[in-house]
Design a protein around this ligand. Sequence first.
Ligand code: FBP
Length: 552
Amino acid sequence: MENVSKLEQERRLYKPKLPVSLRPGILQATVTKGKATQSVNDQDQIAKLFPHTYGQSELGFEVGTKKSTARALRVGVVLSGGQAPGGHNVISGIFDGINELGLESELIGFLGGPGGLEKGKYKKLDSVIINEYRNTGGFDIIGSGRTKLETNEQFDLCITHIQALSLDAIVIIGGDDSNTNAAILAEYLASKGEKCLVIGVPKTIDGDLKSKSIPTSFGFDTACKVYSELVGNIARDAVSAKKYWHFIKLMGRSASHIALEVGLQTHPNLTLISEEVAHRGQSLKNIVDEICDIITARADASKNYGIVLVPEGLIEFIPSFKTLIGELNDVLAHHEKEVNAKENVSDKIALLKNWLKESSFQVLNSIPESIQTQLLWDRDPHGNVQVSRIDTEMLLIQMVEAELKNRKSGNHYSGSFSWQRHFFGYEGRCAAPSNFDADYCYSLGYSAVTLILHGLNGYMASITNLSQGPDAWKAGGIPITMLMNMEQRHGSQKPVIQKALVELDGPVFHTLSANREQFAKEDSFSYPGPIQYFGPSSVSDQVTFTLAIEGT
Ligand code: FBP
């Protein structure tokens, strides 16, 4: 039986669009220098840690009057961290880009993420392989992983493989943590006098790798469109059956950009935004009360159904939980073995009492055992709690149920409450990239090659003006260090890329908050339907509300 779906067969023929400055070819592109840059915070410390790569200028590409000299390139590529739609197009952009420079150019794909670079596991990517993966979702062309490159031993192993393969450059396609890896590797190679360059590409469905020069990370567009289709379908079911409250957790480890975007696309009765919870200093009880107020008001209007969107990272933004998780991270960094040696959760909690502050211990003690267990699960290699495995929506449902019972006994609520829970995350991460992501990713791949051709190290490929369509896109690059600051990780201060959270005084959040009352009371759901890859451009080339509202 045929393995390649009809859609994939058609999509393989799609020719992604490039920014105007790269259309005549990479050799025709010139680089214009902007101002020297600084890190977002902790400038002195970051400058000291990155003496070779700190303070470089922002760059833009223009169409030049004469061509640069062609020079075949040997480039290694790494897919790092969580999957995001469009990764294969970054790789096909790099492949086509280096092939413009000479037939002896070669693209080496390191297998299974940064670990592949460390262990020297790779495969050569030729046109047969690349053509199979054009415009497809997933990272399966070479696989991905979350290994953190941080020790000199790891970097020295990378150098051995870089030298053996005579690589001119490595492109690391990743999120904030992976691009932090890229910046550190770039600095290390430069400090050792290695000629190999390191270029980053902004990936993550979470949308939190973002700045003025990086209007969005790739994958956010497609993932949000998939989740919005699903949430819209559920809303239509809710309004048809009129019997369930649906609690839908949406992926996005930390920032609530996905929940906000999906909220704008579908108009649920409540879209929780973690950053707002933190800003208002809300407790879990405050959030539950807010949900119950909406449920009660709708029950009074005979509407015992609705939709609540819960951002995946919510729990980490509730101030008391934030403190608890911060303390747990530090404690586990030093005492993980002792804690894991205890078999049952109650023994682990009793042991943790020795190291946690009393207030944090009380918070941990107040939550169901299932959530306690999930909070203690291993951190990822970058020290993050695995929030995708915490049943926050279930915790809310249980607490809402209890509160509504209370209200009923006091005659403050007369409705009926039946619930359904959902978690949408992995469903969207590997979808076939939308036209936007297909074009954006291919252009990022091309931009990465342009940066390499011009000998730039420690840069991230960047495309701006994204809301205006490829004819108006501006390609270039920014030094990765300009996105960095110092943060507490694994129990000590580390240089990392600062996550871009939802701005509560920004126009995107304002659009949601201006419509909240109406969304809560009425059935003003919107049904975006599935991603359209063909057909009228008004539908198939739509950008996210986030990009359109920000106009970036
Ligand atoms: P990146 O930051 O690497 O892009 O990963 C994002 C993400 O999809 C988060 O939204 C989610 O919390 C996490 O990955 C899940 O991790 P895993 O793939 O290890 O289950």
